[in-house]
Design a protein around this ligand. Sequence first.
Ligand SMILES: [Zn+2]
Length: 263
Amino acid sequence: MSARDILIQEFGKTDHLSMDKDALTGLEYDIYTTEAGPNLLVKRKGEFDMPWMVQKESAVSLKSFMKALPEMSTEALQAMKSEINEIVFSPVGNPNDRATSKRIGRIFTSAASIDMKKRQVHIWPKSKESDSKRLAQTLTHETGHAVDDGRNRLAILYTEKLREFWSTQPNIPTDPASRRAVEEAHGIPAHPNVWRTEDEEEPVSLYARTNDFEYYAEAYLYYQEGRLSEKHAMFRHFRDLERTRRWVADWVAPREEVPWAAD
Ligand SMILES: [Zn+2]
């Protein structure tokens, strides 16, 4: 399948929206909207491009990106399309690499990064060294960060709905295990924050040891690749997440009809 076929199959109709400057790299990009979700930002080929200036060609090509998509799991690819707003194909390296290198005391060049608030992914030129499989892993890892952010928001709603549940119960057991048993008997799925509070499991990779964010994103990657043991707390977490989402969604829906509710 050609890159163009993959683009159409995975992202549907694409349209050139406009050009805009990206805050992190300070460069102007062509913005393409996609039917599937994320906008794709590609470096604009300037009218007077000079060989010593950044070129569209300095970035990971849309073609390499498309070829990596079939290497992702269906679930991760779907999550990337629904959870990520923008994917920027940057022809220059991550401006934050210097600070990161300084902090960790060795030269660090990022392959990709995400602004979790904006749900914006940058794919850096370092990823040009990656084959399709490696790029797919990078994209799955960044998607893991977006899923983590979604989980965080979910946890807030979950806690509210759970509080409402307990307010209708005549007795509230004092020990957490008994409370959880009552919740389970009422079909209430696991708390989306359980991965962090209850189990102290081994990080799946060296990079996962960096912090909680990387722990989560790396576990997500291993889970999507089928490399996470079923016994690992994160395996249960990712498996249950969809059920938790549905449980909360049932409750949130009527509230969205309030006219002043936003985002
Ligand atoms: Zn990461």
